[in-house]
Design a protein around this ligand. Structure first.
Ligand code: ADP
Ligand code: ASP
Ligand code: MG
Length: 475
């Protein structure tokens, strides 16, 4: 079998036209003798809207919550009707959609009465996004001659019970995926399932965290040892910066697992940070591709990327961070002090991104976190603590940054007009990061991009696309 996991993000299934393009891409793979396993996200913006409905219901706004659900019902029904023309097939699909929305409305009504939104209920509510898109995409594929079979992801992606950010149980997933997906593929079918969602061993619905459909794709690829994992999205691949911030960003043609993981962790939204892990374990190449421009070859992520002459491959931004300054007059570096301090973060399950220490103080950055007041209160038992939000981390990723003389001077010269609060270099050979005010972040990325991607290495970056763009704009 030539197994390939193809994950399509929210924009790739956002409406009938997008699902049509997605079907054509999958049909193209089948025609080439590949055996796709398809993973889909909820239609674009649906997860956010479901979360809004949940929040409204939990505040007692029953009518508001049901109004959001009703708009979503209409959007899903309309998309289904546009895609499936056969009268009986369409009626079955619309009936499935209605049943799901009836069940969702039931949950929202209950929530509006109880007014307590637990992480478990939140996961149940958002799971409808992927459960609906999975059904619609399956029907649309069948209508277009692809022998698709819908699979409920919750029967395969078994996780622990950490609702909203559940950890997958790899061994169980491997067994289930092989038992449930491979027989379908052997029978000539294309399994289609929702990403992001799973269930714990008690059968309760869980999710893998926001953006988690990429992770589902990678987990399945690892479980069935596919020959490739394809992440189809709305940009040409991993770019040298977020193209929304830096319009002249270039496509990175090839990048290593390690570099891609670093970029994803430090904010490049194009990949969920955990995506690379299953691929590394089984050494499966990951491709990031554009469903709106399927002819583009995208980005290939592999274990060892070719040597690149440019110092950096890409620049990521992670916003909404908080900096915490911990100052103790003595004893800061005394034995056991740092471990006591980190124990506080551990207790509140709050990951720390960057750390910098001086003789009497430690500065740390964390994702803006609802438990910050509690964390600060616990830390105050050992030192003076202040914290400040609206910070951004800029992370520059490239090969062997540590080994290049003068690189830090070039970076800080490019952003000399911007105030830098914290710097980290050396923890990893491939990453150099610093913290600035969130309001300065976009400008910093554009300045760094202008400085470091003037003359990019054509082996690694899509320089031809830039030349084409320049030629077009001068005509
Ligand atoms: P999907 O819904 O397909 O999962 P996402 O919105 O999660 O798509 O990720 C794609 C978006 O990631 C792009 O539209 C782009 O704005 C953003 N992005 C951030 N950094 C990068 C980068 N370095 N390269 C490409 N895209 C990036
Ligand atoms: N639908 C989920 C989200 O919006 C998962 C995903 O799209 O990857 O976070
Ligand atoms: Mg995504």
């Amino acid at each position: 079998m030539n197994l390939v996991v193809m994950k399509f993000g929210g924009t790739s299934v956002e409406d009938a036209a997008a699902i049509d393009r997605t079907a054509a891409i999958v049909a193209g793979r089948v025609a080439k003798g590949k055996n796709p396993v398809v993973v889909v996200s909820a239609m674009a913006r649906v997860t956010d809207q479901l979360l809004r409905a949940a929040a409204a219901a939990s505040e007692g706004d029953r009518a508001g919550a049901l109004a959001i659900s009703s708009r979503l019902r209409a959007r899903h029904r309309d998309t289904a009707a546009d895609l499936v023309k056969g009268t009986s097939e369409c009626a079955v699909l619309v009936c499935t959609i209605d049943q799901k929305f009836d069940a969702l409305d039931e949950v929202l009504r209950g929530l509006a009465a109880i007014r307590e939104l637990t992480p478990r209920i939140s996961d149940l509510i958002v799971s409808y996004g992927e459960r609906l898109s999975g059904q619609i995409v399956t029907a649309a594929f069948r209508e277009r001659g692809i022998e698709a079979a819908h699979v409920d992801a919750r029967e395969i992606v078994i996780t622990d019970s950490q609702f909203q950010k559940a950890a997958p149980l790899d061994d169980v997933i491997e067994k289930k995926a092989q038992e449930k997906l491979l027989p379908l593929v052997r029978a000539g079918k294309v399994p289609v399932m929702g990403g992001f969602i799973g269930s714990n061993e008690a059968g309760q619905t869980t999710t893998l965290g926001r953006g988690g459909s990429d992770y589902t794709g990678a987990l399945l690829g690892g479980a069935i040892e596919s020959e490739a994992i394809e992440i189809w999205t709305d940009v040409d691949g991993i770019m040298t910066a977020d193209p929304r911030v830096c319009p002249d960003a270039l496509r990175v043609k090839v990048i290593s697992f390690e570099e891609a993981a670093e970029l994803a962790y430090f904010g490049a939204k194009v990949l969920h940070p955990a995506t690379i892990l299953p691929a590394v374990k089984k050494n499966i190449p990951v491709y990031v591709l554009n469903s709106r421009n399927a002819a583009c070859e995208g980005t290939r992520i592999i274990s060892v990327a070719p040597h690149c002459k440019s110092p950096f491959k890409s620049i990521a931004i992670k916003k909404k961070l908080t900096i915490i300054d911990i100052v103790a007059s003595r004893m800061l570096m005394s034995h056991g002090y740092l471990s006591q301090m980190f124990a506080v973060f551990d207790k509140h399950k709050c990951p720390v991104d960057m750390v910098s220490t001086s003789e009497v103080s430690v500065s740390l950055t964390v994702d803006s976190n609802a438990s910050l007041p509690e964390i600060a209160a616990d830390l105050r038992a050992m030192a003076d603590v202040t914290y400040e939000g609206r910070k951004a981390l800029i992370c520059m990723v490239g090969e062997d940054i540590r080994g290049q003389n003068g690189i830090a001077a070039q970076v800080f010269n490019a952003i000399r007009h911007i105030n830098v609060r914290m710097i980290s270099q050396g923890a990893s050979e491939i990453n150099m990061s610093f913290m600035i005010e969130e309001d300065d972040a976009d400008e910093a990325v554009r300045s760094l991009h202008a400085a470091f991607f003037k003359d990019p290495d054509a082996l690694v970056f899509d320089v031809a696309a830039r030349k084409q763009l320049t030629a077009d704009s001068t005509q």
